[in-house]
Design a protein around this ligand. Structure first.
Ligand SMILES: *Cc1c(COP(=O)(O)O)cnc(C)c1O
Ligand code: SF4
Length: 408
């Protein structure tokens, strides 16, 4: 028997190669000692943040990228950790890591519907650095710094401070608000990236939050496990363990971001009993493809990370070139539900422009809903009916006067 190569075969091979775990490699940093390379402070200090540095590592920059890098400091700073920069395939102008991280002059084009604060966070901020949009939970902005900057960042008005927003979190005031607002049972630490704080500062902040009796649940939203896996030290994990129930939401967009170093860091967090979720942003040329998305979410499960959200890219200023349509997003979701592990399937959401919060969007599986039945279709397109009584009681209950048939 022999197999003829066909499309399915090709897809399977592609999926397999996307899912394999590889180390990040050293690139031009091959003579750096193991100790330095694995030190998160060394990684931060040696971030690539100027056009000249970028050109050394990626010689074939396009004119759009060169112009973008020149202007980055007036919009959203460029900074890429050596670990993450090495994931860029320098040969590939369309490399999905490159598209997320390299500034591009296309960012200076602002579509009429784009905004500086697309999710209306500033309008829901009772004290600086706190967003209280939902009844029982708050978003706590810890810092305006990240280990590296994503070009589509929804908070690019403040992160990296290139636009002069001059974000100054006042932890005391933020904590005071939570303390006097008993409705807040859930605090989400974000920014910027809370894991940039050193262990002592982070422990202090978490201790303050845990001292508030009505704070039941704490989670940290962080891209550091991907950008800077060296930060996930055993000491950090031991410290975080003291603050359970503590969850971490990471942010991975492409399977190649899940390297062996990242897998090991995530494993340390999971071993510390921290449930891990992932939030991806749907990005054109990065993950707007069912095979890539499937590889990403399956690979995340192998790292004990549960894919939680797939975000439609926010209408942030200068992001048109990275945005893909909701129609495409729905097509991708259609290829996931039923086709792979339920745990792997994220919720696709649009953060409603102007400040409506996360709105779930999904392919339509309900074909009609009449008085006596709901007509549904499954992942293969097969149609089924689920009968129901108009008032919601089950149809045709067994009347009480019918006796059980006698068994012979
Ligand atoms: C996403 C978000 C949250 C968390 O919402 P969940 O539904 O719990 O994931 C809280 N506050 C703000 C402002 C958010 O954007
Ligand atoms: S890590 Fe998060 S907050 Fe920081 S630049 Fe990327 S998307 Fe924005």
């Amino acid at each position: 028997m022999f197999l003829t190569p066909n499309r399915e075969n090709h897809k399977e091979r592609l999926l397999k190669s996307l899912k394999s775990f590889r180390p990040s490699g050293r690139g031009l940093w091959h003579d750096i000692s193991e100790k330095d390379w694995n030190n998160w402070r060394w990684q931060l200090k040696n971030r690539v943040s100027s056009l000249e540095q970028l050109q050394q590592h990626i010689p074939n920059l396009s004119q759009k990228e060169i112009d973008g890098a020149r202007l980055a400091d007036t919009k959203l700073a460029m900074a890429i950790t050596p670990h993450f920069l090495n994931l860029i395939d320098a040969e590939d102008l369309e490399c999905p890591i490159r598209r997320q991280m390299l500034p591009n002059i296309d960012e200076t084009y602002t579509a009429p519907w784009e905004l500086g604060d697309p999710c209306g966070e500033d309008g829901h901020s009772p004290v600086p650095g706190l967003v209280h949009r939902y009844p029982d939970r708050v978003l706590f902005l810890v810092t305006d710094r990240c280990a590296a900057y994503c070009r589509y960042c929804t908070r690019s008005r403040l992160v990296s401070n290139a636009l002069g927003y001059d974000f100054r979190p006042n932890y005391k005031e933020q904590i005071e608000y939570i303390r006097r607002t008993p409705a807040v049972r859930d605090v989400l630490l974000s920014g910027g990236d809370a894991l940039l704080l050193n262990d002592t500062k982070l422990r202090h902040l978490l201790t303050e939050l845990r001292s508030i009796p009505h704070v039941e649940f704490i989670r940290i939203g962080s891209r550091i496990p991907l950008f800077l896996p060296q930060r996930i030290t055993p000491e950090l994990c031991t410290m975080l363990k003291e603050f359970h129930p503590l969850f971490i939401s990471v942010h991975a967009n492409h399977p190649r971001e899940l390297t062996t170093e990242v897998r090991d860091g995530l494993s340390r967090l999971a071993d510390a009993g921290i449930p891990l979720g992932n939030q991806s942003v749907l990005l054109k040329g990065v993950n707007d493809d069912p095979t890539v998305m499937k590889a990403l979410i399956q690979k995340l499960l192998m790292c004990r990370v549960r894919p939680l959200y797939l975000y439609q890219c926010d209408l942030i200023n200068g992001s048109s070139h990275l945005r893909t349509s909701v129609r495409r997003g729905l097509e991708i979701m259609e290829q996931l539900r039923g086709h792979t592990t339920g745990y792997a399937v994220p919720q696709y959401v649009i953060d409603a422009p102007g400040g409506g919060g996360k709105v779930p969007v999904a392919p339509n599986y309900v074909l009609s809903h009449n008085a006596d039945r709901v007509v549904i279709r499954n992942f293969e397109g097969k149609v089924f009916e689920y009968p129901e009584a108009p008032d919601g009681t089950p149809l045709h209950p067994r009347p009480a006067y019918i006796e059980e048939p006698e068994l012979v």
